[in-house]
Write a protein that binds this ligand. Structure first.
Ligand SMILES: Nc1ncnc2c1ncn2[C@@H]1O[C@H](COP(=O)(O)OP(=O)(O)OP(=O)(O)O)[C@@H](O)[C@H]1O
Ligand SMILES: Nc1ncnc2c1ncn2[C@@H]1O[C@H](COP(=O)(O)OP(=O)(O)OP(=O)(O)O)[C@@H](O)[C@H]1O
Ligand SMILES: [Mg+2]
Ligand SMILES: [Mg+2]
Lengths: 203, 203
């Protein structure tokens, strides 16, 4: 299964989600590839690598740019840059499904409408993953309720809360599972992996 | 003076800084233009507009895309999308100076080196504005110290702390000054405007 992480809004947790989902799949035994389509190469840096090859996580490889050969892997994750560009278009063609990491804010809703128009093939849309959720802010709960109402069955139950350990892990070149496997961020990404796997089976 | 806000890393506070700096300049009496170069149009949305024209803030206009005529304005702010693209290149040619809003994280340092190579005319670089500073995180202070040592005189003294009111203001189509003029976010952006103005005079 080839899964793309797409959102033209910047800094919403695309790379954090791609890295930790790919790590969760590798940890449960799947041969997994994380393709870093972002010229900033943040997904590779997040795993402490600067070019294609194996990572320190068993069964998880990283490749910079589009993968040449996906046949060797059971699951492939495409981390996209924040733009509706030809590159993102190609990732949408290549993937079996795509996920939209989204920070629950009003301005984010505008971008989502553009993104779904750009993706014009809604059949592959797996859904929305809520990221960097700040449960203290009043607007957060209003927006999540709006999203669940507007896109029933598309918003994952798992909500990834704001958790500083997630960005600390990236600074140390690790997935959240090696950096701090007992923190809420690790539990939430493990839970998200189960939910993604289940949703892929159903569709 | 034409000032561009540039960083290829997404979600680091480019738009938030462009909007609140432009509003601070307009509030102190300057005829100001905020040019929204991002196809996502978040700067215009942040001020409740969907096309070029005056905003509800006296002396502040918004334009979508590159400004045709900057002669009518004393200060122009260019809000750029998160990419080192031809559009960003053009903004770098057009501006008198550019500012790099930066979230103090390890991965952010990598992107900065690329950005400065891309900008290849460092004379116009006004400096780094630290944004979304989370003073609870240990890595934050380490990184700020590294940046101040590595780029002496380039990192602004004003550090914009994490403050949920800044993102709430955006949801309501207002600058921080109308939304909550007494919160830390408003004081910090007012202080930043003074520091930017002073630095522009010196160079
Ligand atoms: N749940 C979370 N809690 C706290 N910090 C987070 C969380 N998810 C991501 N972050 C941090 O937020 C920042 C943005 O995340 P990330 O780089 O994954 O976003 P992105 O969408 O890939 O950005 P870009 O648009 O530049 O590709 C990073 O510093 C990351 O460490
Ligand atoms: N100091 C701050 N404290 C809290 N939230 C902030 C702060 N600055 C910005 N934000 C929020 O962080 C998110 C990213 O900010 P913003 O959209 O300004 O970044 P950007 O760099 O313009 O993003 P893009 O790369 O998509 O253009 C927004 O939701 C914004 O409201
Ligand atoms: Mg990314
Ligand atoms: Mg922006």
């Amino acid at each position: 299964m080839i899964l793309a992480l797409i959102n033209n809004k910047g800094g919403v947790g695309k790379t954090t989600t791609a890295v930790n989902l790919a790590a969760a799949y590798a940890r449960s035994g799947y041969r997994t590839l994380l393709a870093d389509l972002d010229p900033q190469a943040s997904a590779s840096l997040h795993l402490g690598r600067r070019e294609s090859g194996p990572t320190h996580i068993p069964r998880l490889d990283v490749c910079c740019g589009f993968p040449q050969n996906t046949g060797d892997y059971e699951h492939v994750f495409l981390d996209c840059p924040p733009a509706l560009s030809p590159l993102t278009h190609r990732a949408l063609e290549l993937c079996d499904r795509f996920l939209v990491p989204l920070q629950p804010q009003y301005l984010a809703m505008e971008g989502l409408a553009n993104l779904l128009r750009f993706a014009h093939n809604p059949g592959r849309w797996l859904g929305i993953v809520l990221t960097m959720v700040d449960s203290r802010a009043r607007v957060t709960h209003e927006i999540i309720a709006l999203l669940r109402q507007r896109f029933p069955d598309k918003v994952f139950q798992t909500e990834i809360k704001n958790n500083i350990r997630l960005s600390e892990a990236a600074s140390f070149g690790q997935s959240i599972f090696e950096y701090d496997g007992r923190c809420p961020g690790a539990k939430l990404y493990a839970q998200l992996k189960e939910e993604v796997e289940q949703k892929c089976r159903v569709l």
